[in-house]
Write a protein of this length. Structure first.
Length: 190
């Protein structure tokens, strides 16, 4: 620790330096610049605050919003409801205050759509069939954790085949895209 004390009577100049400054001299921390429980440290020509949890800023006067700490796990999105309250919107398959709990479906559903694509069966607009399936897919919340769907197409006794099995598509958009590709088939003559 070094201390330099220089007194100059003729100029009324008093220069005192040292680290730390002597106890009898005021410091930048004496005015209590760090708010909300922050700790002040003297630095050359100024001060620095170490903020308590929940606060930030040069003087610890800015409240940290709950979502700034990214509390929502597994890709959930966070919304600040208040200075201390947040809400997570969890992705499919997760739930809980911070989306940390995984859905455990005891009775998952495997669903097979049996679609008659024969032209003689329905002569109207075949998109009514594909739209019905797509709307049902939207309602069922398709995912690899709960509901999986597949499609079997047939034309009476000919050309029956599995188009895709449950689990082939684990989200509604990809499943609906495949359903939209279904077309009417013309029956073979006997």
């Amino acid at each position: 620790m070094s201390l330099v004390l220089l007194l100059m009577a003729s100029a009324n100049v008093l220069i005192i330096t040292g680290n730390p400054l002597p106890w009898f001299l005021p410091t930048a921390c004496d005015s209590g610049p760090c708010k909300n429980g922050g700790t002040c440290t003297v630095v050359p020509s100024s001060y620095a605050c170490t903020c308590a949890d929940g606060w930030k800023g040069g003087d610890c006067n800015v409240k940290v919003k709950p979502c700034e700490s990214s509390p929502c796990a597994h890709g959930g999105s966070c919304t600040n409801k208040d200075d201390d309250i947040f809400e997570c919107a969890c992705k499919d398959g997760y739930y809980g205050k911070t989306c940390s709990k995984r859905v455990q479906c005891e009775n998952p559903l495997d669903l097979m759509f049996l679609v008659d694509t024969a032209s003689w069966q329905y002569t109207g607009d075949f998109t009514l069939v594909t739209n019905f399936i797509s709307n049902l897919v939207n309602w069922l919340k398709i995912s690899d954790l709960a509901v999986e769907a597949g499609v079997i197409i047939f034309t009476y006794q000919y050309d029956t085949k599995v188009k895709f099995l449950p689990g082939t598509y684990s989200n509604a958009d990809s499943l609906k895209g495949q359903v939209k590709k279904l077309t009417k088939k013309f029956s073979k003559s006997v």
